[in-house]
Design a protein around this ligand. Structure first.
Ligand SMILES: C[S@@+](CC[C@H](N)C(=O)[O-])C[C@H]1O[C@@H](n2cnc3c(N)ncnc32)[C@H](O)[C@@H]1O
Length: 308
């Protein structure tokens, strides 16, 4: 038996424009209600996200939400889910609510301190693994602007002979990357440090990974609210033309690479040719271009032609 209730009612809190009256005593009713609330905020897959948040809030698997739909819920259980739906209806990213994002089939802890890893960036990992495909006794990899550490740690997860350093100017991001290295049991081979790109480093590396901020500054406020309101602008802001970080990084690379060392760097839509021109002035020859899952040229691979 189900009962009609107006509780929980987000309308009173200004999150939605009308009162929802819906059966809220079983799992199916809760997912229906959450899907309706999230749908009103303009999410693309509200029902899917509702199921994910209900599963997370109740501490049950997605399968249980599918097979146990008539399970009666206590009011305390609604109370676990309600704040999650409220946060998501405020367009807080799902990954911030759950604290986890999957990247390269690995789980990374994320939060307001770092960029949420994007599937598009997996093409940097693919390029790096191609370069590191022949087993060696060791290889040293540098990750500039490491954020959550997702690029370096994914590569290290696949290549046991790799050791690496991740640098970020954000202390909080460096702490997050360290946590992730422990979570993935890679902390014995990975070090993370605060710094301005590679300025403080004195050793040379076989391979440099980098996903710098590349959004045009004036466009950031127009991005999805999940990005513009919740992700660190330090991780997004590429200056007036989106290329300012590439200009700072380019002169450092040859000094940080062994002769014929390689760089895999992410670029934004339409930026590839400008970055190729810029890097060629600093002794870096284009080796390959790789597209992301959406067919956008996303990863440029360079080889160091003149190590200084
Ligand atoms: C686009 S995010 C990439 C994060 C992560 N590598 C990824 O792919 O998800 C860029 C990162 O560069 C860092 N960053 C910005 N300016 C920097 C600087 N001057 N020196 C070092 N890191 C910087 C930001 O804090 C941010 O973590």
């Amino acid at each position: 038996m189900t009962k009609q209730t107006n509780w929980p009612n987000l309308a009173d809190e200004g999150h939605i424009s009308e009162t929802d009256s819906i059966s809220l005593v079983d799992l199916a009713g809760l997912i229906d209600w959450a899907g309706i609330v999230l749908g009103k905020t303009g999410l693309e897959n509200p029902r899917h996200e509702a199921r994910l948040l209900v599963s997370y809030g109740l501490g049950i698997t997605i399968e249980q939400t599918l097979y146990d739909q008539s399970r009666q819920l206590a009011e305390a259980e609604f109370a676990c889910v309600l704040p999650l739906i409220r946060r998501r209806s405020d367009r807080e990213p799902l990954a911030h609510i759950t604290g986890i994002r999957e990247f390269w089939s690995l789980e990374f802890g994320v939060g307001v301190d770092c960029l949420i890893p994007r599937p598009d960036s997996e093409c940097i990992v693919e390029s790096a693994l191609d370069i590191l495909r022949y087993p060696k006794s060791e290889a040293h990899v540098l990750d500039l602007g490491t954020g959550s550490g997702c690029l370096l740690l994914s590569v290290m997860h696949e290549r046991s002979y790799v050791s690496g350093i991740g640098v970020d100017c954000s202390y909080e991001a460096v702490c997050r990357a360290r946590d992730n290295s422990r979570r993935l049991k890679l902390n014995e081979r990975a070090n993370f440090m605060v710094g301005q790109w590679g300025a403080a480093l004195e050793r040379r590396f076989d391979l440099i990974l980098c996903n710098p901020p590349y959004a045009r500054a004036q466009e950031i406020n127009g991005l999805m609210p999940e990005v513009s309101c919740y992700e660190p602008h330090l991780a997004l802001d590429g200056g007036a033309d989106g290329l300012s970080c590439y200009r700072k990084i380019a002169p450092q690379l040859s000094r940080l690479l062994i002769p014929r060392g390689m760089v895999c760097i992410e670029v934004g839509l339409g930026q590839a040719d400008s970055v190729v021109r810029l890097f060629s002035k600093y002794g870096l020859g284009l080796h390959a271009r790789r597209t992301d899952l959406g067919g956008v040229e996303r990863c440029l691979v360079f080889v160091c032609l003149s190590s200084v």
